[in-house]
Design a protein around this ligand. Structure first.
Ligand code: UD1
Ligand code: CA
Length: 454
């Protein structure tokens, strides 16, 4: 099979976005639109992905790992035909070529596979869609036998042609040889003074190359984004689709309209996700996990039976089975929690390891700490891990009990079975099973009289 080369057009300015960010870098489901298109091209087995860039070229280039894309600069945007022509010299003669657009992010691979199957010496593939209001789009002109003979742009169309409701999506598949024969013959003598890629359709018809048309299952698959309203429409459509898949995969969603997945969410069975949860990056939820309302969970692995209660924020952390987290817990990156752990409200964790059965139930900061098993950290306890210049570790042994409102000044080690008196400021290591008291001793003064108002 001849190699498949994908050409992605992404040189346009996107002025209707009203943005300093190039249009194709605006995010859909947390990823730039262009990255969705690149992922689709990869899924089709593209040998090379050529991306035509112009406006914001440096920013666009910097958005993907170096070496993964062949970039082609189009210095002046003289039309879609001119854009594809910039890639011609990089296309092997025997290649099949699929043209996609950086601002059309959600075309399904299956739709494009059908199109690609029509690429041959005697045919090409064209993706069209039928619209109630075709205004602004190129119209698909067919002859009496129903064969496609041309595409006419809105501004060049006669009133009869403007009545045609079948429009060009812009997406097409041709051979490199056909492009090499046709593109050099494009002219810009048309209403917009542009080199139209769409003019190759009439050339195909006169060269006896059949135009094979297919249409997507859903028009939103080929919806381009010109402004933020269209971007939001595609976002909702995509999120709804993902929510449906989650339900089919074993999650109960309190409301499928109110869950957002910006990345890759893998789930076990019998998951419950309450309203307004947001998942980012790579997240895995084990069986029987419950996610409370308003949680934000990014790059995390959550074990079987664990519950993340309302309004918790979890980032780059791994949590074992049957843990109880939140409400209002905050995990900054780098935590590993074992099974049966508990982290309660207004607790902030950072780069910490928490052993099985340990609890940090209320109002604490635990950073750069390693806790053994069955540790109890009392309310208001703070690891003082930072001296203003460097960070230091805190180690707390198995079964330790840290009283409320303790300050643990790192580096410090509390061995196993240690008890820390409430309100202590601990600056020295404590040995096994010792009680550490580090606070002013209480005096009770009898006969004390309160000051009186003059
Ligand atoms: C194009 C099609 C039209 C189709 C419509 C679907 C042509 C002539 N017309 O019209 O038939 O119905 O798309 O949306 O192809 N681009 C470049 N370099 C250029 C010009 C465009 O990279 O020199 C890119 C733009 O960034 C954009 C895409 O190509 O993503 C489409 O260009 P645009 O000028 O918007 O074409 P339309 O007028 O929408
Ligand atoms: Ca357009």
């Amino acid at each position: 099979m001849s190699p498949l080369h994908v050409v992605i057009l992404a040189a346009g300015q996107g002025s209707r976005m009203k943005s300093a960010l190039p249009k194709v870098l605006h995010a859909l489901a947390g990823r730039p639109m262009l990255h969705h298109v690149i992922a689709t091209a990869r899924s089709l087995g593209a040998e090379t992905i050529h991306t035509v860039i112009g406006h914001g070229a440096d920013q666009v280039r910097a958005s993907v790992p170096e070496g993964s894309i062949h970039w082609v600069e189009q210095r002046e945007q003289l039309g879609t035909g001119h854009a594809v022509a910039q890639v011609l010299e990089h296309l092997p003669d025997d290649a099949r070529v699929l043209v996609l657009y950086g601002d059309v992010p959600l075309t399904r691979s299956a739709t494009l596979e059908t199109l690609v199957r029509h690429i041959s010496d005697t045919s090409l593939g064209l993706l069209t869609v039928t619209m109630d209001d075709p205004k602004g789009y190129g119209r698909i002109v067919r002859d009496a036998d129903g064969q496609v003979t041309a595409i006419v742009e809105q501004k060049d169309a006669t009133p009869e042609q403007r009545a045609i409701q079948e429009v060009n999506t812009g997406i097409l598949g041709v051979t490199a040889a056909q492009l090499k024969a046709w593109l050099p013959r494009l002219s810009n003598s048309n209403a917009q003074g542009e080199y139209y890629l769409t003019d190759i359709i009439a050339m195909a018809a006169s060269d006896q190359v059949t135009v094979e048309v297919n249409q997507p299952d859903d028009a939103l698959e080929v919806q381009g984004v010109n402004n933020r309203v269209q971007l939001a429409e595609l976002e909702r459509w995509f999120q709804r689709h993902q929510a449906r898949q989650l339900m089919l995969d074993g999650a109960t969603l309190a409301d499928p309209e109110r869950v957002d997945v910006r990345g890759n969410l893998r789930i076990g069975n019998d998951i419950f996700i309450d309203v307004n949860a947001v998942f980012e990056g790579d997240v895995r939820l084990g069986n029987n996990v419950r996610i409370g309302p308003g949680c934000v969970i990014k790059d995390a692995d959550i074990g079987d039976g664990t519950e993340i209660k309302a309004y918790s924020v979890i980032e780059s952390s791994s949590i074992g089975a049957n843990a109880q987290i939140g409400p209002y817990a905050r995990f900054r990156p780098g935590n590993t929690l074992a099974a049966n752990t508990k982290v309660g409200n207004f607790v902030e964790l950072k780069k910490s390891v928490v052993g099985e059965g340990s609890k940090i139930n209320h109002l604490s900061y635990v950073g750069d700490a390693t806790l053994g098993t069955n540790v109890n950290v009392g309310a208001g306890t703070i690891t003082c891990n930072y001296d203003g210049a460097n960070k230091y570790p805190t180690v707390i042994g198995d079964g330790a009990f840290v009283g409320s409102n303790a300050s643990l000044v790192a580096p410090v080690t509390l061995a196993s079975g240690v008890t820390v008196a409430a309100g202590s400021t601990i600056t020295r290591d404590v040995a096994d099973n010792e009680l550490a008291v580090a606070r002013g001793r209480q005096r009770n003064i009898s006969g004390w009289e309160r000051p009186k108002k003059h």
